[in-house]
Design a protein around this ligand. Structure first.
Ligand SMILES: [Zn+2]
Length: 107
C-alpha cells in the first residue's frame, strides 16, 4: 500500500522536537571534534545532522553558518571560514572548498 503523502505542516510536533534536539547534539559533537582537529569526524556529524533535518524537512537556521552546504565541513569563523560584510549582505566563505554563501541581513 502506498503511503499517504504528508504535507509540510502535518509533521508531528514531537518528531520535530526530537530532530531539533538531535541536530543540536550532532553540531555540539562536531564542534568538539573540530576543536580536536578531527575534521573528518566533524564532517560526518554535520552530514548526519543535515540528513536528520532533511528527513522531516526541518529548517535549521540557527546552524546555518556552522557548516558548509557543499562539502559538509564544520565551519568556525577565523579558522576555516571567513565572514565579510558588504552592503547589508553577509558573505561566508568555506576555506575547505571555496563555497560562498550569502545572506541578506535585514535592517
Ligand atoms: Zn566547503
Amino acid at each position: 500500500m502506498r503511503q499517504a503523502k504528508r504535507s509540510y505542516k502535518t509533521r508531528p510536533a514531537h518528531v520535530l522536537a526530537a530532530t531539533r534536539k538531535e541536530v543540536a547534539t550532532r553540531f555540539k559533537e562536531a564542534k568538539v571534534f573540530f576543536a580536536q582537529g578531527k575534521l573528518e569526524l566533524a564532517r560526518r556529524r554535520v552530514k548526519q545532522a543535515r540528513r536528520a533535518a532533511m528527513k522531516v524537512q526541518l529548517r535549521i537556521p540557527e546552524h546555518w553558518n556552522k557548516y558548509c552546504r557543499q562539502c559538509n565541513s564544520y565551519l568556525q569563523q577565523g579558522r576555516n571560514s571567513t565572514i565579510r560584510l558588504k552592503k547589508g549582505i553577509r558573505i561566508i566563505r568555506c576555506q575547505e572548498c571555496g563555497y560562498v554563501r550569502r545572506k541578506i541581513i535585514k535592517k
